[in-house]
Design a protein around this ligand. Structure first.
Ligand code: VGL
Ligand code: ZN
Length: 204
């Protein structure tokens, strides 16, 4: 008997998603301690980094007569407009300074196409353009994924839903995540994840 090879994917623990940041998630920095504990215990660690060009189309600032958190139709479907955040090379895009990044085998940047957002670590929001992450994991024999980070109801949920769709056994460590929670999105996405067969772990 041998345990399946597992990777920990830590989603977007960046300054802009923490208190004081451009798209601050309430209590976002409260996950640093549990996330670092998960990293310390993990065999393979992947960090993702939301990494937008300055004029990214997911920014409300790039659309006339809109405000952040409004929904618009993009070529690939509905898209929430966000405040400018995680602009490449800015301090807001940097990892939180308490995040233990040393063990990471891979730092995956996403959201670099100016016209397409990328919540998921696996596919851009067109649901078609691959980041290559699935191949990276499969090539290393990894079949099980544990996930944590920011934000539960956007980048964590989209990544976990893609992971399970791709055939990885997937769990999300909820106390090591925090949500944006727009119009009940935390509840809706939690339900969607559970229905898809993702294990939502409520304890550390
Ligand atoms: C995220 C909104 C926009 C996230 C990233 O990391 O959940 N949310 N960009
Ligand atoms: Zn973003």
């Amino acid at each position: 008997m041998h345990a399946q090879k597992t990777a920990l994917i830590v989603i977007d623990v960046q300054n802009d998603f923490c208190p004081g940041g451009a798209l601050a998630v309430a209590d976002g920095d409260a996950i640093l301690e549990p996330v670092n504990a998960l990293i310390a215990a993990a065999d393979t660690v992947i960090l993702t980094q939301d990494w937008h060009p300055a004029h990214h189309k997911s920014f409300a600032s790039q659309h006339a007569d809109t405000s952040p958190f409004e929904l618009v139709d993009m070529a690939y479907g509905p898209q929430v407009l966000w405040p400018d955040h995680c602009v490449q090379g800015t301090s807001g895009a940097a990892f939180h300074s308490d995040l233990r990044t040393d063990k990471a085998s891979l730092i995956l940047r996403k959201g670099m196409n100016p016209d397409v957002d990328s919540y998921s670590a696996f596919f851009e929001n067109d649901q078609a353009t691959s980041t290559g992450l699935a191949g990276w994991l499969t090539a290393r024999g990894i079949e099980t994924i544990q996930m944590a980070g920011l934000a539960t109801d956007y980048c964590v949920a989209w990544s976990a839903l893609d992971a399970v769709k791709l055939g990885f056994e997937t769990s999300v460590v909820m106390p090591a995540c925090r949500a944006i929670d727009l119009d009940g999105s935390l509840r809706a996405q939690s339900e969607k994840m559970r229905d898809a067969g993702i294990q939502l772990i409520d304890t550390l």
